[in-house]
Design a protein around this ligand. Sequence first.
Ligand SMILES: [Zn+2]
Length: 444
Amino acid sequence: MSTTLIKNADWAIVWDASGKRHVYRKGIDIVFENDAITHVGPGFKGTADATVDGLGLMVMPGLVDIHSHLGHEPAYRGIREEHGVANMYMSSLYERSQAFDVSDPELRRACLEVALCEVLKSGVTTVCDISPVYDGWTDIVGKSGIRGFMAPGFASARWKLTNDHSLDFDWDEARGRKGLEAALALVDGLAKHPSEMLSGVISPMQIENCSDDLLRDSLDAATERNIPFTLHIAQGVLEHLEMVKRHGTTPIRHAYDIGILGPTTVIGHAILPDTHSWIRWHTKDDIRLLAESGSSVAHCPTPFARYGILMESFGDYVRAGINMGIGTDTTPHNMLEEIRKAGTFARITSRDINNVSTGMLFHAATAAGAKALMREDLGKLTPGAKADIVLVDLHQPDMMPARDPLRSLVFHAADRAVKDVYIAGRKIVADGEVTTLDHKGAGE
Ligand SMILES: [Zn+2]
């Protein structure tokens, strides 16, 4: 048994179980034993094997990143920032996936190592990584020390382009079935991974690329295993038009109709529901269907914002009752910057500063993300929760004056003030550097 005491932290963001929300506390002790938090409160009287002086620190729960593609996004640096296809409603998604081959396993491993360092340095302790299976994937995620939700992707169809204005599909139902089987084999083996930090997510890739049967069977497989189910829905205008052509409904309505929405379903990205100004479909049901079904949404503002597309609007989704989490869909995988963008863009689209608060955004990036991943013991500083803890340097110049340190962190300092990151009680980031991977060497 090893006990660590963070003594007399200047500030802490702790979980108020009765209010189901995070609250600030000052001058408290946080104790963790092995991988779990055992004490949060003032005046700890016990002994500890290691003591960290909490002076000048804010202690907060680690961030939960519920949507990423760590194994290829860094490969698009210098391309993706300004690549869109005007005839495809600005999205580069379809053309990019045809034009750039990022399947080389060595490239994927390098991307993964870079991206893991990015998320860790921005205070992420749990990440959901959606990717085709490749050699070294689980080993590198395991080596990093992060809490990894491995989501091996598969689909019945692939996007096919013969011009710059229409989206076609190359269907192969057998490929989708084989992909599901391979995904289940990987997921079922994770419990035995020596890192003891990996678990699985069932992840058919996109609603328009999967047959209804494959989607239903995938959700059943996730339900059987009591693990989350995730897929991309409502992420492109062309996807909306395709689903209208096939079914006469929006993608979200189709997901509801075939029974794949629900409390264990995480939708990336639901940014273009029927009410969105780029869609303006005659129904006004999508947000309600997501909320009533208990589904979660993984909001990743950056890639869409680069095309000129914003969610309308984050706070409205939350108030409608949707469990809203945040992810880092693209590089830089900076979770704190994603939180900032989610907030700023929501205020722009709603033209209302009160559409979101810093507290609402932080809840999304912690407790709501944990709920989406079916893990109530993550994203909270409270006894019994996992010891996934971030120490923020209150004396970093961008943090001062720390009159409201979370605002300082989200709107000013971001990863620059992230000092140490503990995951399952183990220090993975020390003084801003990842101890388990080689960030500088990974991209070479
Ligand atoms: Zn994605």
